[in-house]
Design a binder for this molecule. Structure first.
Ligand SMILES: *[C@@H]1O[C@H](CO)[C@@H](O)[C@H](O)[C@H]1NC(C)=O
Ligand SMILES: *[C@@H]1O[C@H](CO)[C@@H](O)[C@H](O)[C@H]1NC(C)=O
Length: 408
């Protein structure tokens, strides 16, 4: 009897430790989100433990725990042909709606999944069903890119994979093979996939050997910069479920193959202090005091260190690369970009990454639609179906699909 009481108390303590975290009431379904977040944190703790006892790299373990049993074979239905193939060495999953009898060409969306450059897959249930949904609703050919992940490869391999597959697909003879209209192609992605989509779009815009033009880019709560971890949204949402500020910094360090020992210094922006000449000019390009609306800035103060830690940039030079932080691209590159859709969520550390890109693109003369969700949280677009249904999930997905349908 006493043992079971102790066990029950311990179990309750463990569960409340994992599950309970005070969340703002403006969030979509906060209790459900607490449970979802607890599941993620539990998976992270298991993989850190497995890493610690030598079972494998924590990201391998996490990917195994989160997606190994969840990968689906390409299953075609009556009106959707789904196939896995390879584009110039890069794996892709293709979703093709039934061909038109009169030979009319289809629109197309190149999709790049999220997961911190380390997790997820075009073959997981969540991304497979999202791409099916997009393909059916927009009546478009969707190419979902299975780029290689951290820790097997690091930056810039993820960008290169996404770019190589995109470039291959955009050749006139390949587009013809899939009955795709070369004037109606979009590049899109969410989270780290939004980062890759933005980088690929900038590369395509500068590559004179690509004759096909991208009509749209559509970025869903994208990661766009590594310079400032104290934007108002990073400060406001540092402990928000699904993606905390510290976890985001560790995803960045893993992506750029930097040591986690830099993470605490980066929390206070010691990697971009005023005594590091390489980063001073770049930080000016993302001065959020001028790039964000008052309603986002609230009373947050910029965090700019006079003296920081110059060894971080020396050890992780990729930190300065525009392909890692598309937000710092110069105006002459931004001017070449297509019509853009950016989705942001209020309860997301990355809200201001996306919002600053909206402003920089507008200043460069690009036509931008900014869709902001007051009750949204990071990753919500994937949670639009049972058993992880959130109303913000369904609304973000429907809004995203609607914009593509109307503009592509
Ligand atoms: C990543 O960093 C480790 C340790 O600093 C180094 O040994 C390895 O070669 C690096 N990998 C790549 C792909 O640069
Ligand atoms: C940031 O850099 C300063 C100057 O080198 C140092 O005194 C401080 O401890 C650093 N902060 C962190 C969190 O690393």
């Amino acid at each position: 009897m006493r043992t079971s009481t102790v066990l029950l108390t311990a179990l309750t303590a463990v569960i409340s430790y994992y599950v309970y975290s005070p969340l703002p009431h403006t969030l979509s379904e906060p209790w459900k989100l607490m449970l979802l977040d607890a599941t993620f944190r539990c998976a992270q703790d298991i993989s850190n433990l497995a890493h610690y006892v030598g079972l494998g790299h924590h990201l391998h373990v996490l990917n195994f725990v989160s997606s190994y049993f969840d990968k689906l074979d390409p299953i075609s239905t009556l009106n959707l042909k789904v196939t896995d193939t390879v584009f110039d060495g890069v794996e892709v999953r293709i979703f093709e709606p039934e061909k038109e009898l009169d030979g009319t060409l289809k629109r197309s969306i190149i999709y790049i999944h999220g997961g911190g450059w380390a997790l997820g897959s075009a073959r997981t249930r969540s991304y497979d069903s999202l791409c099916r949904r997009i393909s059916e609703d927009v009546n478009a050919v969707v190419v979902s890119i299975e780029y290689r992940l951290v820790p097997n490869v690091h930056f810039p391999e993820q960008v290169n994979d996404a770019f190589v597959a995109t470039k291959y697909f955009m050749q006139p003879e390949v587009l013809a093979r899939y009955s795709v209209d070369p004037h109606r192609i979009a590049i899109s992605g969410d989270s780290a996939g939004g980062n890759l989509a933005a980088a690929v779009c900038q590369q395509v815009a500068q590559d004179k050997s690509i004759t096909t033009k991208v009509k749209l880019q559509s970025l869903v709560y994208p990661v766009l910069q590594i310079f400032d971890f104290n934007t108002p949204s990073y400060q406001q949402n540092m402990d928000m479920p699904i993606l905390s500020r510290f976890v985001m910094i560790k995803f960045w360090l893993d992506y750029l193959n930097g040591s986690h020992s830099f993470a605490h210094a980066m929390l206070v922006n010691n990697h971009t202090s005023l005594d590091i000449s390489e980063t001073v000019a770049l930080r000016k390009l993302l001065n959020w005091n001028s790039l964000l609306p008052l309603s986002f800035k609230k009373n947050y103060e910029p965090v700019i260190q006079r003296v920081g830690n110059p060894s971080i940039v020396r050890e992780v030079p990729a930190l300065l690369d525009i392909r890692a932080s598309p937000l710092i691209a110069h105006k002459d590159i931004l001017q070449k970009l297509p019509k853009t859709y950016i989705l942001t969520c209020e309860h997301d550390v990355l809200r201001d990454d996306g919002t600053m890109y909206v402003k920089r693109l507008e200043e460069a003369g690009v036509d931008v639609t900014h869709d902001h969700y007051e009750d949204g949280f990071h990753g919500c677009m994937l949670f639009a179906t049972w058993p992880t249904y959130f109303s913000a999930g369904a609304r973000t997905r429907d809004g995203y699909v609607k914009w593509l349908t109307e503009n592509l």
